[in-house]
Design a protein around this ligand. Structure first.
Ligand code: GLC
Ligand code: MG
Length: 423
C-alpha cells in the first residue's frame, strides 16, 4: 500500500452481496452511511478489502449498479483471485499457490457424474473455481461423495455451499479465509501488519474468514442460515464475532462501534455540517460539504440565509471553481446559484458520495485533496475527478476554507485510454 507509511489502523474486509450491498434497499442508505464514514475517517490510514464470490466481470457490473467505494484490494471468485487498486493488478504469487494439486478438467469430469449439480453460467466460472447450483436437501447428499471422488483422483480441494443454492469447488488452499490469511501474512512480512482487522459477511462462503487468527467479525443481521449454523457449531465461544442487529452495511458500522475499532458515527447521521472539530480535518470537511450540498438540493435542510452565510464563510471570496466542461466561476457565485436551487431534487433519488479521498499537507494549514465525486440522478450516475485546495483564512487560522475546486469528468474512455496516456 503506497498510500500508507506504516501499518493500517484498520483493515476492513467485507463481502459485497447482502453484506456491503443491501439488494432490498433501492436507496442504498446503509451503504451511503458506510461510504461517508469510511471516506471521512478511515480512507487515509486504513485498508478497504472487498471479498466476493463474484467473478471480476460480475464485480465490475455491480460497481456500475451500486454506489460502492473503490477498495484497496479486491478478492474475487470466492477467494481464488486477489487484485490491487482501481486497475485490478493481479497477485501472481497467489495464483501460483493455488495451482498445486488442482486440475480443472478432473473436477469437471467428476462433477459431471452428479446430475443434481447444475453448472453456473460461464461468467461465474474461474480458472480455480468450478461452480454449480443445487438445492439444500440435495447438496447434503452430494458433498461427501464428491469430495471423496476428487480426493481419489489426487486433488486437494474444498467444497463450499452458500446461500442455500450455490456450490463451489476450489483448490484446498483457496477461499475467502485463506486469501485473507495470505494478505495478512504479506503485510506482516513487510513489517506493516494492520493494527486490527474486521471481517464482515452473510453467507456460507464467508464463514472461513471468521476463522482467521485474531480478526474481529460481524455476521450482518440478515445472515443466511448456513452461516449462523456454522457459528453455532464452531465459533460460539469466540467473543470477537457478533451477529449484528442491523442489516448489511449498517451492521458493519454497528460492529465498528461494538469492538471500538475507531469512529463509528457516519457524517450522514451526525449532520454536524460544520462543527468546529470536523472543520479541521480535510476529509471530514469535504464529506460534510457535499452532504450539505445534497441536503440543500433535497430540501433536507431548511432554506436559510444562515446556511448560505455559513457556506460563504468556509469558502474564499476570491476562490474559483472549474467545471468539468472547462468553464470557471467564482465559488461565491456558485453558492448564489445553489441558493436558488433549494429543493430542486426534493423527493428524487438524488445522492452525492465521495470516493478515494486522498489529501496531503502542502504548507502550514494548507491541504490539497483529490477524490472522485459521484452524483446519482434518477438511474444514472456520473463522476468527476475533483481536486480541491483547502487553507485557512488569516482571521480564522484553524478553520479550513475552500480556495479552489477543479473537476474533470471521469469518462469510460479515459479509463480505456490510460495505457497510451503519459502526462
Ligand atoms: C457468487 C458467485 C457464485 C458463487 C457464489 C457462492 O454468487 O457469483 O459463482 O457460487 O457467490 O460462493
Ligand atoms: Mg453475500
Amino acid at each position: 500500500m503506497d498510500r500508507l507509511d506504516g501499518s493500517a489502523n484498520l483493515m476492513l474486509v467485507s463481502d459485497l452481496d447482502d453484506t456491503m450491498v443491501d439488494h432490498t434497499d433501492p436507496d442504498n442508505l446503509s451503504l451511503l452511511r458506510f461510504n461517508a464514514l469510511w471516506e471521512s475517517t478511515y480512507r487515509q490510514d486504513s485498508i478497504l478489502v472487498f471479498s466476493t464470490g463474484r467473478s471480476p466481470t460480475l464485480y465490475k457490473k455491480l460497481r456500475k449498479e451500486k454506489p460502492i467505494l473503490t477498495p484497496d484490494i479486491i478478492i474475487t471468485s470466492v477467494g481464488t483471485e486477489i487484485a490491487y487498486g482501481e486497475e485490478l493488478v493481479p497477485d501472481e504469487g497467489w495464483v501460483q499457490l493455488l495451482s498445486k494439486n488442482w486440475n480443472r478438467n478432473v473436477v469437471l469430469e467428476e462433477t459431471a457424474k452428479f446430475p443434481d449439480l447444475i453448472p453456473q453460467a460461464d461468467m461465474d466460472q474461474g480458472p480455480h473455481k468450478v461452480s454449480f447450483y443445487i438445492p439444500k436437501e440435495k447438496a447434503q447428499e452430494v458433498i461427501s461423495p464428491l469430495y471423496i471422488s476428487l480426493r481419489q483422483r489426487g486433488l486437494d480441494i474444498k467444497i463450499i455451499y452458500s446461500s442455500g443454492l450455490a456450490l463451489d469447488v476450489l483448490p484446498k488452499g483457496a477461499g475467502k479465509g485463506q486469501a485473507l490469511a495470505y494478505l495478512i501474512k504479506k503485510f506482516g512480512s513487510i513489517g506493516k501488519p494492520p493494527k486490527s482487522t474486521i471481517v464482515c459477511g452473510d453467507s456460507g462462503n464467508d464463514s472461513e474468514m471468521f476463522t482467521v487468527e485474531s480478526v474481529y467479525g460481524v455476521m450482518v443481521h440478515n445472515s443466511r442460515e448456513e452461516l449462523l449454523e456454522w457459528y453455532e457449531e464452531n465459533a460460539k465461544s469466540n467473543h470477537k464475532i457478533i451477529h449484528a442487529t442491523e442489516r448489511c452495511a449498517s451492521g458493519i458500522i454497528q460492529a465498528i462501534d461494538h469492538f471500538q475499532l475507531g469512529p463509528s458515527i457516519s457524517p450522514r447521521d451526525a449532520k454536524l455540517f460544520f462543527s468546529s472539530e470536523d472543520n479541521r480535518k480535510p476529509a471530514s470537511f469535504m464529506v460534510n460539504f457535499y452532504l450539505l450540498y445534497e441536503s440543500w438540493l433535497r430540501a433536507e435542510v431548511e432554506n436559510s440565509e444562515a446556511i448560505i452565510d455559513n457556506l460563504k464563510s468556509i469558502t474564499h471570496s476570491t476562490g474559483v471553481i472549474v467545471h468539468p466542461s472547462g468553464v470557471d466561476k467564482s465559488i461565491h457565485q456558485s453558492i448564489d446559484a445553489l441558493e436558488s436551487c433549494h429543493g430542486d431534487k426534493r423527493g428524487t433519488s438524488f445522492r452525492v458520495w465521495l470516493d478515494k479521498i486522498l489529501f496531503s499537507a502542502i504548507g502550514l494549514g494548507s491541504w490539497l485533496l483529490k477524490f472522485n465525486k459521484w452524483e446519482l440522478n434518477g438511474t444514472s450516475s456520473k463522476c468527476s475527478v475533483t481536486t480541491v485546495l483547502l487553507n485557512s483564512k488569516m482571521e480564522t487560522p484553524y478553520v479550513l476554507c475552500i480556495n479552489h475546486i477543479h473537476q474533470t469528468w471521469l469518462e469510460e474512455y479515459s479509463i480505456r485510454d490510460q495505457q497510451s496516456w503519459i502526462f
